[in-house]
Design a protein around this ligand. Structure first.
Ligand code: URP
Ligand code: ZN
Ligand code: ZN
Length: 470
């Protein structure tokens, strides 16, 4: 028996079409004119008045990651359950290479952490913190044999996972041969460390100083430098992660205008939150909002949030991911009491990306098509998962979300919140829509506000090369 999703409106990057969708086993097998899909012998889900979209793909998450003197609060089980609740059917998590460790050992550890635990399908980006000859060889091996085709580098965090310009150039040159996608955390970490030390010496220890010591210009500068290095390496595809600043967006837009293979990612936190009302909360409460790059001030000389929404609309930004890196306030964010530089960096949000970007549709910031493109289809294309994932089409995996635009969602602890965190940065946010059903490879994970998934349903995905350029 298959499942017929009847009378819904299927959304893709190229339009919205009323269609019946037939699922058989793990795949979508046919699309029909509404009302003509076969009912007999199938379960029928009535999607009248609802949107039928591909399962979300979050290409930037951190699960079970040791960071900032603690370990993020979601492991692969809790994190992927929260993902499922949020209509995310694929996550690409960052496998860590601890400093000095071999890349292969880092990857093996991530396979061990995830195996048998995931509620949704998953893959890894390999983070490289020690770029030496062995790591360069490992990049080739992972791309060719392991289905790991993206590599993350940090221009921030000197003394930890930082890579210098020479190392980054070498990695980019390697990627220009093996086809890997270079993901870049673009902030000038050397300059930031000077500003942090100066602020602390002045007694500026509150969470808000985290933002003041990571100015947008230093995100713009690092983004520019990464773009130049990728050009020198032969116009190798470069993906700038978690962009927060208008200055960085200018650089990506200009590079794209000049024909460079540069892609920008932003995150819901930069589209919805500002420093005001978050990092500047009284006492130590602002610690809940510490992430890097930081939330930007609305009194800045640039309107970062407005520019990021525009960038998303105009395809200057290609993808929305979450950079899900959750910590509890108690015992975790609290590690930085009295010194903002010791607050573990990162926010949780794996569950709320489709919801928060949909709210941008409601607000007129972008179209339904662009919602699907930036959260589902382009991530699949850039990360070598298309057309298996990211589109409602015959032959594709039946990763499907049924979205009801006539219901509401209230985000918050005790409301809609499934991540293993004792707070939500989106507490109290109301979304003018609600996820009805989430299906992963034909299996219903969420329906009628109930969870039916299980650990181990999610499979590891070997990915192909970035196919956005083809
Ligand atoms: O603050 C952040 N973004 N934490 C996660 C690690 C990273 O830089 O992506
Ligand atoms: Zn980062
Ligand atoms: Zn990250």
């Amino acid at each position: 028996m298959g499942t017929l999703i009847a009378n819904g409106t299927v959304i893709s990057p190229t339009g919205r079409i009323a269609q019946d969708v037939l699922v058989d086993g793990e795949r979508i097998v046919a699309l029909y004119i509404p009302g003509t899909g076969p009912r007999d012998g199938h379960r029928v889900i009535d999607a009248t008045g609802k949107y039928v979209i591909p399962g979300g793909i979050d290409v930037h998450t951190h699960l079970d990651l040791p960071l900032g003197g603690t370990v993020v609060s979601d492991n692969f089980e809790t994190g992927t359950i929260a993902a499922a609740w949020g209509g995310v059917t694929t996550v690409v998590d960052m496998a860590d290479q601890h400093t000095g460790e071999s890349v292969h050992d880092g990857l093996a550890e991530w396979h061990e952490k995830a195996a048998g635990k995931c509620a949704v399908d998953y893959s890894f980006t390999q983070m490289i913190s020690t770029l030496d000859d062995e790591s360069l060889k490992a990049m080739d091996y992972l791309t060719e044999h392991e289905g790991i085709t993206s590599f993350k580098f940090f221009m921030a965090y000197p003394g930890a996972c930082y890579s210098d310009d020479g190392q980054i150039l070498r990695a980019m040159q390697q990627a220009s041969h093996n086809g890997g996608l270079i993901m870049m955390h673009a902030e000038n970490g050397i300059a930031i460390d000077v500003l942090v030390a100066q602020a602390l010496a002045r007694g500026e220890t509150d969470p808000k100083y985290h933002s003041f010591t990571r100015p947008p210009e230093l995100e713009g500068e690092a983004t520019h430098r990464a773009i130049v290095l990728s050009k020198v390496a032969g116009n190798v595809p470069l993906y700038i992660v978690h962009m927060s600043a208008a200055e960085a967006l200018d650089e990506v837009a200009e590079a794209r205008h000049n024909g460079q293979n540069v892609f920008g990612e932003t995150c819901p936190q930069y589209l919805h939150l500002t420093l005001e009302g978050t990092l500047d909360r009284p006492g130590f409460e602002g610690a809940k909002f510490v992430c890097s790059p930081p939330l930007r001030s609305k009194h800045d000389h640039r309107n970062h949030r407005a520019d990021l929404w525009k960038g998303l609309r105009m395809n200057e930004l290609a993808v929305v991911a979450t950079d899900h890196c959750p910590f509890c306030f108690k015992d975790q964010k609290e590690l930085g009491r009295g010194n903002f530089a010791k607050i573990p960096n990162g926010l949780g949000g794996i569950e709320h990306r489709l919801e928060l970007i949909y709210q941008g549709v409601v607000a007129g910031e972008l179209s339904l098509e662009r919602w699907v493109e930036t959260c589902c289809t382009t991530p699949a294309r850039l990360f070598g998962l298309f057309p298996k994932k990211g589109i409602i089409a015959p032959g594709s995996d039946a990763d499907i979300v049924i979205w009801d635009p006539n219901r509401k969602t209230e985000i918050g602890v005790g409301k809609k919140h499934h991540s293993n965190m004792d707070y939500s940065v989106y507490e109290g946010t109301i979304i003018d829509g609600r996820i009805d059903t989430v299906m992963s490879r034909g299996t219903v994970l969420v329906e009628n506000d109930q969870y039916f998934g299980r650990p181990g349903h999610g499979k590891f995905l070997k990915r192909g090369l970035c196919n956005y350029l083809a």
